[in-house]
Design a protein around this ligand. Structure first.
Ligand code: AHR
Length: 506
């Protein structure tokens, strides 16, 4: 198959924001305990954080990390998680049917975030709690000193405020699985009043209203509209959550997930514009894609969920430790392309999650940590996407899909700064290489700096994954045969079947 692409440095979508490459740590399963934190582990540092995991997090390169949930936050009493560790209460976490020891709390997570070099995006509990607790947590976190709450933080070991800028107003409040699930009207009112008071505590913060849990929710659309009618004046972002999986062997639709995300973002953007216009508001509201990934939810529901919700109460049970394949890595790469393509509307995004729970990084208690297949497109994209996202004109063959109709075989995003042009390329064909011809008249280059690809290894297939025993079964390999010609105005490449590739030009 063949594909043609035209790139022009002047056709700018939006600047690349580092916030597009966020991730998520929830008190769920083994994300925190035996994930980032395991004092007994041979690599643990003085604070009990696993250095092997920290090293992989730094290599992955996330910018912002959403914390502490997820569904967990809707039952979270933040004050349980501060103060002397020996005095912190052990609680039932009703979101994940787990025992929460609170041995990692706000201070420990802030220490970890400093060590990992990431910014915290803090969620407040609008499930069982509301205005007073959200305002109290914010005051505890961000007020300098001289009040009971800020002085409590100082007494707990942090003289300087945490200085958290990004705050989520609850989590997935549209879902009946959520502790304290609400109608759009109930949530919209609560979110608005909470937002108002939080901004009185600290006017410098940015707030994220909770949008839909997925595009298939029966309330999708009307939820966003109602919530924004209440909150548009008060928030800077509205969230969008999106998880994809291969259903019933329909791999073509799965590989077109990025088309689904493009459309989902477009639908939310249209509602934002409508509400802003109807209210005559001269502002922008960004879309915070603050949970996205491949997640085999059907396996979770049928295999894990029943025992999870009815079994014994245990600390950090193994929950949704999905093992990702080459195919999943290609889909994750294309979802990153979608986020970049929509950088004019998407203000931030968080790969859900970071360690063990549907995560790019896996770790075993007392054992090793390793990179899943999906680690690679994320790390390479986060490191290379700089400057502006460029609009790329694609002309290529299409594949018919059940879920999204006919979609391009090539999925692409392009970024450019003063020096480099970077192409992020997905070949959706399962069987055919894609011969790519790029017109660089509007973005001529001197050389190909690097070209790498992720695809099935010669001794594997599209289901190959990285495991504790074979942690490097799937790694980026050199993409050969990338050639520049015509005074750097033409690029030719052959993309392997079912592959994600990155080509850096200078
Ligand atoms: O990321 C796992 C869960 O997915 C989160 O807790 C929840 O917000 C979503 O449904």
């Amino acid at each position: 198959a063949t594909a043609r692409l035209r790139i022009d440095r002047t056709e700018i979508v939006a600047p690349v924001s580092a916030r597009l490459f966020g991730s998520f740590v929830e008190h769920m399963g083994r994300s925190v305990y035996t994930g980032i934190y395991e004092p007994e582990h041979p690599t643990a540092n003085f604070d009990g954080f696993r250095q092997d995991v920290l090293d992989l997090v730094r290599e992955l390169g996330p910018s912002i990390i959403r914390y502490p949930g997820g569904n967990f936050v809707s039952g979270f009493r933040w004050e349980d998680s501060v103060g002397p560790r020996g005095e912190r209460p052990v609680r039932l976490d009703l979101a994940w049917h787990s025992i929460e020891t609170n041995q990692v709390g706000l201070h420990e997570f802030a220490d970890w975030a400093d060590q990992a070099g990431v910014e915290i995006m803090q969620a407040v509990n609008l499930g069982t709690r509301g205005i007073e607790d959200a305002a109290a947590l914010l005051e505890y976190s961000n007020h300098p000193a001289g009040t009971a709450l800020s002085d409590a933080r100082r007494a707990d070991g942090r003289a300087e405020p945490f200085g958290i800028t990004l705050w989520c107003l609850g989590n997935e409040m549209d879902g009946p699985w959520q502790i304290g699930h609400k109608t759009a009207e109930e949530y919209g009112r609560l979110a608005a009043e909470t937002a108002r008071v939080m901004k009185w505590v600290d006017p410098t913060i940015e707030l994220v209203a909770a949008g839909s849990s997925n595009a298939e929710m029966p309330t999708f659309g009307s939820w966003e509209r109602t919530v924004l009618e209440h909150t548009a004046e008060l928030v800077e972002h509205i969230s969008l959550h999106a998880y994809y999986e291969e259903l019933d062997g329909d791999v073509d639709s799965f590989l077109a997930s990025a088309v689904g995300l493009d459309r989902y973002i477009g639908a939310v953007a249209a509602i934002i514009d409508d509400v802003l216009e109807s209210k005559n508001l001269d502002k922008t509201i960004g879309i915070s894609v603050d949970e996205w990934n491949v997640w085999y939810q059907t396996r979770f529901n049928t295999v894990d969920k029943h025992p999870l919700l009815t079994g014994d109460w245990v600390e950090h049970p193994r929950i949704i430790e999905d093992e990702y394949s080459v195919t999943d890595a290609v889909v994750v790469g294309s979802l990153l392309n979608s986020l970049l393509r929509n950088a004019d509307r998407v203000s931030m995004a968080n790969l859900a999650q970071l360690v063990n729970v549907i995560a790019p990084i896996r770790s075993e208690p007392g054992g090793p940590a390793w990179r899943q297949t999906t680690f690679h497109p994320f790390a390479l994209t986060a490191a290379a996407a700089r400057g502006n996202v460029l609009r790329a004109e694609v002309d290529c063959e299409r594949v018919d899909t059940v879920r999204y109709g006919a979609v391009d075989l090539l999925d692409v995003a392009v970024t450019a700064d003063d020096a480099d042009v970077v192409l992020f390329l997905v070949n959706r064909s399962l069987t055919e290489p894609l011969t790519l011809s790029v017109d660089l008249t509007g973005a001529p280059a001197d050389s190909v700096l690097a070209a790498q690809s992720i695809h099935a290894p010669a001794d594997g297939d599209r289901f190959t994954s990285n495991t504790e025993v074979h942690p490097d079964a799937v790694v980026p390999v050199a993409l050969t045969g990338v050639t520049l010609s015509g005074d750097g105005r033409h690029l030719q490449a052959e993309l392997p079947p079912l592959s994600w590739s990155i080509v850096r030009l200078r």
